[in-house]
Ligand binder design. Structure first.
Ligand SMILES: [Zn+2]
Length: 250
């Protein structure tokens, strides 16, 4: 037994080396990770790492995920060779992760033109509901919900077009997320873009890890809010926002 075990050792190493030097190169995920580490940046599930991904590497990454997903299906003892339903599953899932549902990790922030607040608007604006599609970092299960943004501009604020909110929301949410952190990331981004006097965000969502598995509670929704600037300081403004929201939610 001991002998056999020892003999098998070099084989394992050979396989590992073969994977590592596929096409004579380090796997793309390792290369990207190395660059992120060198820059001292974070690569948590909800971080955007696009500045470390070089031209053409996203295709390579998608292929790498596809190969690993094949292994997951094998480990689940699913006969992907003979089961026609799962023959293409690894490819589909890899594409879905890299290009769609986690795409906000790998692509640059969508361009958002802002314009100065020339008419010096200083009235409460509410944008929403904006549909949210995300996934939880814990189970990679879908999170589907809605978001409302309240903006209190001042004369120094930059304003952004209505459709841009949806694009920024999508960019932040197409990453594995924790709802509280997602709302905080979005607040950070909108604050930086608009420099409003006050900013409020409310997110309400269904978490499929509560509905599909676990407690299987179909009715539980999670609601989070974040208030900044004048929304924090001024209870009347906060009340106005929340009551308008209640009306809008209908
Ligand atoms: Zn979860």
């Amino acid at each position: 037994m001991t002998m056999a075990h020892r003999e098998s050792e070099p084989k394992h190493e050979a396989v590992r080396d073969r994977i590592r030097v596929l096409d004579g190169r380090t796997p793309v995920a390792d290369r990207i990770r190395e660059r992120v580490r060198k820059a001292g940046e974070r690569f948590h599930a909800n971080d955007n790492i696009c500045e470390f991904v070089e031209e053409g590497e996203l295709d390579e990454l998608q292929h790498e995920v596809e190969a690993k997903m094949c292994e997951v299906l094998r480990a689940l003892v699913i006969d992907t060779e003979n089961d026609h339903n799962t023959q293409d599953t690894a490819r589909r899932v890899a594409k879905m992760y890299v290009r769609e549902v986690f795409g906000g990790r790998y692509v640059a922030q969508p361009p958002v033109t802002d314009f100065p607040n020339v008419s010096r608007l200083n009235e409460l604006m509410i944008v929403g509901p904006v549909t949210v599609r995300s996934a939880c970092s814990h189970h990679l299960c879908p999170i589907v919900g809605r978001i409302w943004v309240g903006v209190m501009p001042d004369e120094n604020s930059a304003l952004i077009g209505l459709s841009k909110y949806a694009r920024l929301v999508e960019w932040v949410m197409t990453r594995p997320q924790i709802q509280e952190e997602a709302v905080a990331q979005l607040a950070e981004l909108l604050q930086e873009k608009m420099q409003p006097d006050g900013l409020a965000i409310v997110m309400e969502a269904d978490h499929y890890c509560m509905q599909w598995r676990g407690v299987k509670d179909m009715d539980s929704k999670m609601t989070n809010s974040i208030m900044r600037g004048s929304f924090l300081k001024d209870p009347d403004l906060r009340r106005e926002f929340l009551s308008l929201l209640t009306n809008k939610k209908g």
